[in-house]
Design a protein around this ligand. Structure first.
Ligand code: GAR
Length: 216
């Protein structure tokens, strides 16, 4: 079967992009990363795309007077590249409802909390301040609210004594790098799909328990 074409949208470091690139390099992986788009010209993740020989585009939000115009330019770029799915990986821009509608069911995000708790920024500090005992990450289809939408997969970890925002961020990131490729695999194989307000899975997909992190 032909591999699904995936664009990854980034704003910075690109470690999740790297995990997707590495997963997609495996022969049996059902998706290939064909395009990386950054809204920041200096995003470190662009170097990762270059090293992997993946086409990169910078669409600098500062070149646009409105959010709508920026999103239209991104959609045009994605359509020209004929991508099937769009993965947000540390893409720190709020998307317009038009963009979200255009890519509904094909637009995926990763967030470093167990959504719907702790949306937005400074997530790790806020979790430490709140004294949470369980943390983790979520991969979800994007809806028009920030860091919200039908959940594809989650991975949970305990918060350990002496934990700081930095140590927690590092341990969650390790889980992010497993969870995102695993969830993209499920979506690209159409074994997990948007169905109304939730995600439905093929019967053989393991969805029981708090942790849902199928092996990539
Ligand atoms: C990741 O922790 C990702 O979950 C988070 O940004 C980081 C990007 O790191 N995304 C969000 O907070 C989305 N609201 P990366 O550039 O190394 O992948």
């Amino acid at each position: 079967m032909a591999k699904a074409k995936v664009a990854v949208l980034i704003s910075g470091r690109g470690s999740n992009l790297q995990s997707l690139i590495e997963a997609a390099a495996k022969e049996d992986y059902p998706a290939e990363i064909t395009l990386v788009v950054s809204n920041r010209p200096k995003a470190a993740g662009l170097k990762r795309a270059a090293a992997a020989g993946i086409r990169q585009e910078v669409i600098d939000h500062k070149d646009f007077t409105s959010r709508e115009d920026f999103d239209t330019a991104v959609t045009q770029c994605l359509k020209m590249a004929e991508v099937d799915y769009v993965c947000l990986a540390g893409f720190m821009r709020i998307l317009t409802p038009e963009f979200v509608t255009e890519w509904r069911g094909r637009l995926i995000n990763i967030h470093p909390s167990l959504l719907p708790a702790f949306r937005g920024l400074h997530v790790h500090e806020r979790m430490i301040d709140a004294g949470v005992k369980v943390a983790g990450c979520t991969v979800h289809f994007v809806s028009s609210e920030m860091d919200a939408g039908p959940i594809i997969g989650q991975s949970a970890i305990p918060v350990v004594p002496g934990e700081t925002a930095e140590t927690l961020a590092g341990r969650i990131l390790e889980r992010e790098h497993e969870l995102y490729p695993a969830c993209l695999r499920l979506v690209a194989e159409n074994r997990a799909r948007l169905s109304g307000g939730t995600v439905s899975y093929d019967a053989d997909v393991e969805t029981t328990g708090v942790v849902h992190a199928p092996a990539p």
